[in-house]
Design a protein around this ligand. Sequence first.
Ligand code: ATP
Ligand code: MG
Length: 191
Amino acid sequence: MAEGAKVEGGQIVDHSDGREVVLRLRGIRTQFGDKVIHDHLDFDVFRGEIVGLVGGSGTGKSVLLRTIIGLNQAREGTIEMLGVDTSTLQGKARRQMLARTGVQFQDGALFSSLSVTENIIVPIREHAELEEQTMRDIAALKVALVGLPSDTGEKKPSELSGGMRKRASLARALALDPELLFLDEPTAGLD
Ligand SMILES: Nc1ncnc2c1ncn2[C@@H]1O[C@H](COP(=O)(O)OP(=O)(O)OP(=O)(O)O)[C@@H](O)[C@H]1O
Ligand SMILES: [Mg+2]
């Protein structure tokens, strides 16, 4: 953890200016075979901040996202999410942390055999015990929030345009009202 920062009640508080750190990367190294993607990467995000990562194609933006959410293993370094070292998270604790996190993947990654509503319900079903109708109501709200017509909920991803799929995957990322929201190329194809 950085100098001047300490954990207070499960939160990393950076005493250099008192802001809460919700994401802290230190010394991250990622590589595939001999190919190093990130080396000694340090990165902080504070609560309430909106941070955009910009870089050329193939420079490592998506790999960084996958590393932060645990789909790719960093060779070196530490990742703290919402005050917790993610390397210590397993089982239920890991699922609980993921429930506080929403992710929209670059390619949407919607389940092709499920409708948009069912896609949005997947994370809700996994993390909350709610009546079927309540989950459907939440899904309908998310569909409206991302600017999709209400009948989109019944459609399969293959019946949507690229931009609509992007919005549908955003709706799924927002399903649990996450504290941390990761969006990979959220605006591409939305013109
Ligand atoms: N699973 C993998 N195995 C091997 N190499 C990978 C893997 N995933 C990504 N890479 C490589 O890592 C590098 C960074 O890829 P990444 O997807 O992070 O780029 P990006 O910055 O998101 O690019 P874009 O803007 O095109 O989405 C690329 O050279 C890519 O080929
Ligand atoms: Mg990418």
